[in-house]
Structure formats: structure tokens, C-alpha cells
Design a protein around this ligand. Structure first.
Ligand code: ADE
Length: 421
């Protein structure tokens, strides 16, 4: 472990490798890099201290570098025990970033790291899952006085924060980055879709074609996973609790059924619901020998591993991120990534190209809070639709794609309610 008063990372000697990975991500994140260029001289975050708690990946490093270039002091931790890329954390530490993150930390170490980032008394917070902001509210509420606002990256975190706001418990305003269209409609769908398949393949290297692939939850993430699994030739089965989502999945060509039935026929299972206990003991009881089980929701509560352990004779790690549970009746169930986010536990998370838009939203959300946070109500906000269109427009431009513009005549038609047949 490499430790100073400013950081704790696995091994500082990994910094060179991490730096190259960050440079690779920078070459794929033109929107965020344009923001770095735009704000590097005016330094709008000067005087601001940003505490961040989000997966420590090469893409996050590009965001951290951009915030620092725009004048912020930052202190960082990871938001999942298995998602930190140790070489990236080392590179950030080596370039002077305060960071407390390493792969495989325990629950106690996880919260220790979050608390370390609060020591410099942040003026802004950035979350992915709301653990940092919840720590401020539950353990250090006095810190909230100096905080202009916070941002939240993910669906699960936004749910937690909206519940806190409804209870009038929020001590400062929050921007739900997840709710920007250029976040949820890209990161959650195409990012989760590709990277979850990537995680399953790295952990198992099984053939996807011809397999019965069960996706629990048909929200944006589940939709992305189903789309990619289908594209690789799987027979996709969807389980849901919401009638509209189940209907959408049906009309998009998937079989929909309760998990009790899907459990009997699935070869590969992935949970993407944000809810606990999606796969429990009775499902393990009816699974086929050799079934693969994993999760891509934020927390590791979707697959009940306590139930699985109660049924096992023994387990062993058969390859990286892949544990073979041998059940008392001899069947084998393979759990990938310990039931934690498979795309980050076994692969590298979403590709840089989608994180480019998510993190452009993060940067602009923090900028808004740095400017206006003290005058906003203590509630959950979203970025404006105009901001979304601007990010999408810039992204398209970096991809060399042009689009049409409304003519003056069309603009008039759009608001003319008297025009009929
Ligand atoms: N969440 C999912 N993928 C990610 C990535 N590459 N970086 C940071 N957070 C993520």
C-alpha cells in the first residue's frame, strides 16, 4: 500500500501505466476536454473544494484533471469496493490529487476513505450512489454549512436523494446528473449494455449466442443489456414488476415471465433493478447446473448470496471475478464479480465515449452549483433541457455529424395552433 497524508492507494509504482490509460481516455472524451480548454484560464472553481465519491476509473481521472484545471481543489474516494482501477488511482496520487482508493477495500475501509475526503471541508460534493452525501448528513452535518451543493450520478443515488428531499432532510441543493437526457439515455443504455457484456465475457469467456440470457429489470440499464445480448445471439428473457416496462420488453421481442419461471431456464442471469432480493434461495434451487449469475445494479443486494451460501458444499475462485459455488445436490452456480457491478468489478466500466457526456454534465452541474448553489432551495434539481441539447450538439460535432435546423417558416408552424389539415 502507498500512503501519505494526502493519499492512500494500492501501489504508487503503477502510476506510469495509469497515466497512459488516462491519456487514452482523454483521446476519446472530446466534450469534457473542450470544457477543460474553455475554463482552464478563467478557473471558475478557484476557492472551491470538491469531495468526490465515484468509481475511480480512467474516465473519472479525466474529470478530476478537468476540475483541477478549472481551479478546484479535490479529494477523492471510490464508490464501490471493487471498481477502483489501481493504476489510475496511483496516477492521480502521483500528480498531487488527494485520493483514498484501492481495489478490494473492506466496508470499514470504504467509509474510512469517504471520511478522509471530508477532512478538507468541501464546498461541493459529487456522488455516485449518495454514500458521500449521506455520510455528511448522518455523521458530519456541521460540514453542510459550507457546501454550495452536490451532484449525483446514478439512478439509485437520485432515488435516495429524492426520498431525503421529500422528508425535508436535505441540507443543501443537489443536481441529479442522472436525469439529464445526455446521461441516462446514453450512459445507462449503451454504457451499461456494452460494459456489462464486457464484464461477463472477461469473467467467463462463455459463448453468448444461443444462451438463454435473463435480464431482471427493464429500465434503461436492463434495456441496454438486453439489446447487446440479443445482438450477440442470445435468447433474451426479461423479468419485471412494472406492467409498462414488461409490455415494452414484450413488444421489443423479448419473452417476459416471472423470475420463478426464468430461474428454471436461464443460462446467464443479470440483475439491473436497483432493488434487493431479485434472485433468492428458491431461484437457486431451480437453476440449471452451470448457470452464471451477476448484477449490474449499483448495490450488491440484488442477488442474495447468503441464501446461496446456505445451499453450498463449498466454493472456489475458478478464474478472476468468477466464483464456483458447488451446491449440496452437486449443481454448480457461478457468481461473477461477487454480485457487485459486473461492468466495473470485472471490466473497465462504461466506455470513455459515453462517460464523456455524463461527465460533461457533472462538470456543468458543479459549475452551476459553484455559481448559484447558495441561492438555490435545498431540493433536487435537474440541468436544463437546453444544456442537454448543447452537450448533444457538441458531441455530434466531435463525431463529424451535422443536423438540420428549423427554417423560420417551420418555427412559426411549430407554435401555430390554428394550422390544421
Ligand atoms: N460508471 C460506469 N462506468 C464508469 C466509468 N467508466 N467511470 C466512472 N463511472 C462509471
Amino acid at each position: 500500500m502507498s500512503v501519505t497524508s494526502n493519499f492512500k492507494v494500492a501501489d504508487l509504482k503503477l502510476a506510469d501505466k495509469g497515466r497512459l490509460r488516462i491519456e487514452w481516455a482523454e483521446s476519446r472524451m472530446p466534450v469534457l476536454m473542450a470544457l477543460r480548454e474553455k475554463y482552464k484560464d478563467s478557473k471558475p472553481f478557484k476557492g472551491h473544494r470538491i469531495a468526490g465519491c465515484i468509481h475511480v476509473t480512467k474516465e473519472t481521472a479525466v474529470l478530476v484533471r478537468t476540475l483541477r484545471a478549472a481551479g478546484a481543489e479535490v479529494s477523492w474516494s471510490g464508490c464501490n469496493p471493487l471498481s477502483t482501477q489501481d493504476d489510475v488511482a496511483a496516477a492521480l496520487a502521483a500528480e498531487g490529487t488527494s485520493i483514498y482508493a484501492w481495489h478490494g477495500l473492506s466496508k470499514e475501509e470504504f467509509y474510512w476513505a469517504i471520511e478522509k475526503t471530508l477532512e478538507f471541508k468541501p464546498t461541493l460534493t459529487l456522488d455516485d450512489g449518495a454514500d458521500l452525501i449521506f455520510t455528511v448528513h448522518s455523521k458530519f452535518p456541521q460540514l453542510a454549512r459550507d457546501v454550495y451543493g452536490g451532484t449525483e450520478e446514478t439512478t439509485t443515488g437520485v432515488h435516495r436523494l429524492r426520498a431525503m428531499a421529500a422528508d425535508k432532510k436535505l441540507l443543501y441543493p443537489v443536481i441529479a446528473i442522472n436525469d439529464s437526457e445526455t446521461k441516462w439515455d446514453f450512459d445507462n443504455v449503451y454504457g451499461t449494455g456494452q460494459s456489462s457484456l464486457d464484464g461477463i465475457l472477461r469473467a467467463s469467456s462463455v459463448l453468448i449466442a444461443g444462451k438463454t440470457f435473463v435480464v431482471a429489470g427493464y429500465g434503461h440499464c436492463g434495456r441496454g443489456v438486453a439489446l447487446r445480448a440479443k445482438g450477440m445471439g442470445a435468447n433474451v428473457v426479461v423479468t419485471e414488476i412494472r406492467p409498462t416496462a414488461a409490455l415494452k420488453a414484450t413488444l421489443e421481442g423479448y419473452r417476459v415471465m416471472p423470475m420463478d419461471e426464468a430461474a428454471k431456464i436461464g443460462d446467464i442471469f443479470i440483475t439491473a433493478t436497483g432493488m434487493k432480493d431479485i434472485i433468492v434461495g428458491r431461484h437457486f434451487d431451480s437453476m440449471k447446473d452451470g448457470a452464471l449469475v451477476c448484477n449490474t445494479g449499483h448495490y450488491d443486494c440484488e442477488i442474495n448470496l447468503v441464501d446461496l451460501e446456505a445451499r453450498m458444499k463449498g466454493k472456489r475462485e475458478i478464474r478472476d471475478s468468477n466464483e464456483e459455488y458447488v451446491l449440496k445436490d452437486g449443481r454448480r452456480i457461478y457468481v461473477l464479480g461477487q454480485g457487485r457491478l459486473i461492468n466495473l468489478a470485472a471490466a473497465e466500466g462504461h466506455p470513455s465515449e459515453v462517460m464523456d457526456m455524463s461527465f460533461a454534465n457533472q462538470f456543468l452541474g458543479l459549475l452551476k452549483l459553484a455559481k448559484d448553489g447558495k441561492t438555490l432551495d435545498k431540493k433536487v434539481y435537474e440541468l436544463s433541457p437546453e444544456q442537454d441539447q448543447e452537450i448533444a450538439f457538441t458531441k455530434l460535432a466531435t463525431m463529424g455529424i451535422g443536423i438540420d435546423k428549423l427554417t423560420a417558416e417551420q418555427a412559426k408552424y411549430a407554435t401555430d395552433y390554428s394550422a390544421g389539415t
